[in-house]
Design a protein around this ligand. Structure first.
Ligand code: HEM
Length: 408
């Protein structure tokens, strides 16, 4: 299935879907602009997961929803239920799916409740039927998967490599060269692919955006420089953000890359050993590590990203680590926000685009500021499977007073 889905995430497909992401960004900011308040206190986890939900609804399921305006819309509630990783039973089930998948199959343990599965399956089925009947073409994932069913999808030749950002991971040659053929994709398969968005791309992206807003709030010098770049870009594209303008924002890329370094929301990557291997000691005080076939290995991404040997003062938020001069010196395997190799993240471009788009819209109108409830320094919660703040991400959106180049 990876071969089916990954060509849907190349830069040309992202460009195709960008207008939908941008539409959700505008909807998000209009919600706050309408409030007409100088300082709006928000809990970012709730707020940004509503945005992430709307982007997935729009780009993966072909449904427009406004989860900030209509807080209890059905799509949001179902998505929340599908991705609720809190609670002991859910955590056990989640770990079991990754460590003993065969047993889960035998015991018929499902990741989603029947209610959630039925809701999404029906939604996609009706959507496909209506598109086929009325010949509707919409620049989204369902359309790409319907295309894959008809003609197959393939990786284009000479795609730009890092237009979405430095952290983007590339599809390996093995996957790229896999044959493109018409696939026997049922409506249920298409639903499953769209649901991958929820599983892999909902909590991860909203977490990244939460940590990024916190860092901007507590690092006003970084935010000020980013606002300057946002203003310049806003002026250059006359307020209508384009894919090219966003891709050209160098400081934005440095800031997002550093947020992913300091807060790698996927804290580890896992692999199964396919043949016995020994990692030889490098220094006299180290011992060899013998790996057996079928052993599960966890790569501690968070540990690598906070190792002072590779990242001096690792707890400092410093986007300069990713400036033109410094980024070429980074050892690639010490920076793994989206993993590496043939099983790396297929959604890295999408995640970067979504994050940058939203922060473009936020900073064009608001400054992110600490409020009384902001926890400084941020403490991570010990009660939940995914990485989040102990007391939530409380921040203020302070309406900007825009100053023109003449200082008026
Ligand atoms: C900030 C957001 C995200 C982060 C930090 C992230 C990170 C990761 C990481 C670390 C992996 C494992 C890579 C490896 O083992 O080498 C992964 C896998 C994956 N990600 Fe993401 N991801 C993000 C967003 C997304 C989005 C938006 C999608 C959209 C569909 C997505 C889809 C996937 C899929 C399908 C896999 C499994 C790939 C495979 O096993 O072949 N991710 N992601």
């Amino acid at each position: 299935m990876r071969t089916t889905l990954s060509p849907a995430f190349t830069s040309s497909k992202m460009k195709y879907m960008f207008c939908l992401i941008s539409q959700s960004g505008e909807q998000f900011i209009n919600h706050f602009l309408k409030k007409n308040e100088d300082l709006i206190t928000v809990e970012m986890r709730d707020t940004l997961s509503r945005f992430a939900n709307d982007v997935i609804a729009n780009t993966a399921f072909g449904v427009e929803c406004d989860s900030l305006g209509e807080r209890n819309n059905e799509f949001y509630l179902m998505g929340k239920e599908a991705t609720n990783f809190g609670g002991v039973w859910i955590t056990i089930k989640f770990i079991a799916f990754f460590t003993i998948p065969k047993l889960c199959k035998i015991l018929n343990i499902k990741l989603f409740s029947r209610r959630v599965a039925t809701f999404f399956t029906k939604l996609v089925k009706n959507n496909i039927e209506s598109r086929e009947k009325h010949k509707i073409v919409r620049p989204d994932m369902i359309n790409l998967l319907m295309e894959a069913r008809k003609n197959g999808l393939k990786h284009e030749e000479s795609e730009p490599q890092q237009d979405a950002g430095f952290a983007t991971v590339q599809e390996s040659e093995i996957s790229k060269s896999a044959k493109t053929h018409k696939l026997e994709l049922t409506d249920q398969d298409i639903t499953a692919q769209a649901l991958i968005f929820f599983f892999a791309g909902f909590d991860t992206v909203s977490s990244l955006m939460c940590f990024l807003s916190h860092e901007l709030g507590v690092n006003p010098d970084v935010q000020e420089r980013l606002i300057q770049e946002v203003d310049d870009t806003f002026e250059a594209c006359e307020g209508k953000l384009t894919y090219e303008a966003l891709s050209g924002m160098k400081y934005m890329d440095m800031v997002v890359s550093e947020a992913l370094r300091k807060w790698p929301v996927a804290i580890l990557a896992d692999r199964v050993c396919t043949k016995p291997y020994t990692i030889e000691p490098k220094t006299s005080d180290e011992k060899p590590v013998h790996l057996e076939k079928n052993q599960l290995i966890w790569v501690p991404v968070m540990g690598l990203h906070r190792d002072p040997q590779y990242w001096p003062h690792p707890d400092r938020f410093d986007p300069e680590r990713f400036n033109e001069e410094n980024k070429v010196k980074i050892n690639p395997y010490t920076y793994l926000p989206f993993g590496a190799g043939p099983r790396n993240c297929i959604g890295s471009r999408f995640a970067l685009l979504e994050t940058k788009t939203l922060f473009f819209y936020i900073l064009a109108h608001f400054e992110i500021v600490p409020v009384e409830k902001t926890q400084i320094p941020l403490q991570l919660s010990k009660n939940i499977f995914n990485m989040t703040a102990e007391n939530g991400f409380w921040l203020g959106l302070k309406r900007r007073v825009k100053v023109d180049k003449e200082g008026n």
